[in-house]
Write a protein that binds this ligand. Structure first.
Ligand code: TXA
Ligand code: MG
Length: 344
């Protein structure tokens, strides 16, 4: 399959091309598009054949359900049974990095929901995604646009290297602002449960819902394949680069000492720019100028890919706290490390 790459720098000048992208989707093709979290591998969410094509292009098990993307939160009513809490969440966080799981309506095929009676809905906050979704008179089903098992793509180059020849079009809208996938929540009778943490945090959700909880699997390093989990995606080893990711549960100087004592130049370490000179033998991968959840989250998937390009055998990363704005990063790191945490 020939893959067309479309670079969008000016939305008004790209109207015709976005109409073409929408036409490809309507006719059952696959189009990769940017969102504020990560790039998505889109297909028509109301078409079982399109969803099957998405699974095939990604090499992903077809029982791991897809998120459907809409341009206006009110559209959700057409595809799911919403309610008061959904609309309060939408008013607070949509468009934005929040995905809400609701009981599905019949028009959404089981191929899209991985056989479940619920559907995940998200309204992304990105001008290109918004313009594309506005052109579509159907919801766009899209998982992250990586090959299954590699880190989610945060720029078009990652997608080009994973999916060239497997999709009809890749829309390049630059680097993703957040860099980690959306928060996934399930609405319950009394509030909501976080199934996958993201930029919309537990604290932020608590302002809108009276009861917010975090699913156990979010902070558990290893989940057995046969174990039943709320969100099938939590089960798979995710985001894993070829290099061995070693999470070190240690503070500042102790972390530096551990890395310096256990490295040669086949090893890398994630660090902020202002701390890089502390590392004497590991090669440094810079998360940002200073340490902080935003930059560390945004750079994670890009640096995991870079570690592989550099041919590193091991990368050391300091284990963040499993709370607040670090919870999403913690969750992706324990998956990338396959649960391996060392405590010096
Ligand atoms: O930021 C994002 O959410 C990106 C962009 C492209 O929107 N998409 C994304 O999709 O990360 P994906 O397919 O890689 O992850 C979707 C997650 C999976 O963990 C899946 O198991 C869960 O959402 N999920 C989807 N539908 C569900 C449902 N009906 N019930 C429970 N979990 C569901
Ligand atoms: Mg994914």
């Amino acid at each position: 399959m020939q893959t067309k790459v479309l670079r969008i720098t000016n939305l008004t000048k790209s109207e015709m091309q976005l109409k073409e992208a929408a036409r490809i989707l309507r006719e059952g093709g696959l189009v990769v598009f940017p969102t504020e979290t990560v790039y998505g591998l889109g297909g028509n969410g109301l078409s079982a054949e399109s969803s099957e094509k998405i699974y095939a292009a990604k090499g992903r098990p077809s029982n791991n359900p897809l998120i459907i993307h809409i341009h206006d939160p009110a559209e959700a009513d057409r595809y799911a049974r919403t309610g008061d809490l959904y609309f309060r969440l939408a008013a607070a966080f949509m468009p934005g990095p929040l995905t809400v799981i609701l009981p599905k309506r019949n028009c959404v095929p089981y191929a899209t929901t991985g056989g479940l009676d619920t559907v995940a809905i998200r309204c992304p906050d990105h001008p290109v995604a918004h313009a594309l979704l506005t052109e579509c008179d159907f919801p766009v089903a899209a998982p992250s646009a990586n090959l299954s098992g590699s880190p989610s793509p945060t720029c078009a180059d990652h997608v080009i290297s994973d999916l060239t020849g497997r999709v009809d079009m890749i829309i390049d809208g630059g680097e993703c602002d957040i860099g980690l996938e959306s928060t996934v929540i399930k609405i319950t009778e009394t509030g909501c449960i976080i199934l996958r943490p993201g930029a919309v945090t537990e604290e932020m959700l608590s302002e809108v819902c009276t009861s917010v909880s975090v699913a156990k699997a979010v902070v558990e390093p290893g989940i057995a394949a046969e174990e039943k989990v709320e969100s099938p995606g939590m089960k798979y080893k995710h985001y894993s680069p070829k290099a061995d990711v070693i999470l070190v549960d240690a503070d500042g100087e102790e972390f530096v000492a551990y890395v310096n004592n256990n490295s040669d130049n086949n090893c890398g370490v994630f660090t902020s720019g202002d701390e890089r000179t502390k590392f004497t033998s590991a090669r440094t991968l810079i998360t940002g100028e200073h340490s902080g959840a935003r930059d560390e989250s945004k750079s994670l998937f890009r640096l995991l890919r870079k570690a592989d390009e550099m041919g590193l055998a091991k990368v050391y990363i300091k284990l963040p706290e499993a709370k607040g704005e670090y919870l999403a990063l913690y969750n992706r790191l324990i998956r990338a490390a396959g649960g391996k945490i060392v405590k010096p």
